[in-house]
Design a binder for this molecule. Structure first.
Ligand code: ADP
Length: 260
């Protein structure tokens, strides 16, 4: 995980955070996983990243790493995140632009939790344009609002590999322990019932309008109230024809997993 330990004085202008004019690989896929908190974005992004061999970038995970590292950005984000609000566009945009200009993103990448405002969506278009990357494919996981609170308050996460569990539907084999690396699972601070309510409100008011921005573009709506395996099948069904058509450079070795 890359931590951006900038002081505020280092920030410079927003535009300078992206690498203007850098020529990235033709045919790289840029995927946006969109959906309310608790819609399963984190689970699906791990599966897609493994399938296609592209990095999954979660702005939420990046911000939590900044908080852990005690950076200026982390300190600025901490109180906002624990209240369920959104970190400022300026800070998140800068962090994102720097991350996607890293070499591992040259053949495409997946964004989980970004963009969350119309300003961020406009900024992302500018970054992709500057880096000669394709316009994004939006995968919208649509989950009824009344299912979200229960999902979030029963969620647990491995702090090391970031795998997500759900005590109701996908518990770990040993209670409280990650199946993959044995680390003790944690409950995210903002998964308390009170903060979850605020996060869902923020999504409805500020983030849902971003969908209108992408509606006439490469936009796909997927029912998110199904099993993770079913949702992943739906996603591979959407992306396989795109990969076949574009000959996307990221995905030449992509093989649909037998057991999603
Ligand atoms: P979820 O999608 O379940 O809300 P995330 O891990 O994506 O969880 O985000 C956790 C918190 O991090 C958000 O509630 C918000 O405070 C902050 N955050 C993450 N991504 C962004 C973003 N793109 N813009 C502003 N704030 C963000």
């Amino acid at each position: 995980m890359i931590v951006f330990s900038w002081g505020f004085a280092d920030f410079g202008s927003v535009e300078s955070a992206s690498l203007s004019g850098v020529n990235r690989s033709e045919g790289g896929l840029v995927l946006l996983l969109f959906g309310p908190p608790g819609s399963g974005k984190g689970t699906q992004s791990g599966k897609i990243s493994q399938w296609l061999g592209i990095p999954a970038i979660s702005t939420g995970d990046m911000l939590r790493e900044e908080i852990k590292a005690g950076s200026a950005l982390g300190n600025a984000a901490k109180a906002i995140m624990s209240g369920g609000g959104l970190v400022s566009d300026d800070l998140v945009n800068r962090m994102l632009a720097q991350r996607v200009s890293a070499p591992d993103c040259a053949h495409g990448f997946l964004l989980d939790g970004y963009p969350r405002t119309v300003e961020q969506a406009e900024y992302l278009d500018r970054v992709l344009n500057e880096q000669h990357l394709e316009s994004p494919i939006v995968l919208h996981l649509d989950v009824p609002m009344d299912a979200l609170v229960g999902r979030l308050t029963s969620r647990r996460q491995c702090p090391q590999c970031k795998r997500i569990y759900n005590l109701l539907h996908q518990p770990p084999k040993t209670p409280g322990i990650c199946d993959d690396d044995g680390a003790p699972l944690i409950t995210r601070k903002d998964d308390s019932e009170e903060v979850v309510g605020e996060r869902i409100r923020t999504y409805d008011e500020v983030t849902r309008p971003v969908l209108a921005y992408y509606q006439d573009r490469k936009y796909h709506q997927i029912r998110g109230d199904r099993s993770p395996g079913y949702i992943f099948e739906a996603i591979t069904g959407i992306l396989e024809p795109v990969i076949a058509k574009n000959g996307s450079s990221c995905c030449s070795k992509a093989v649909r997993p037998d057991n999603p």
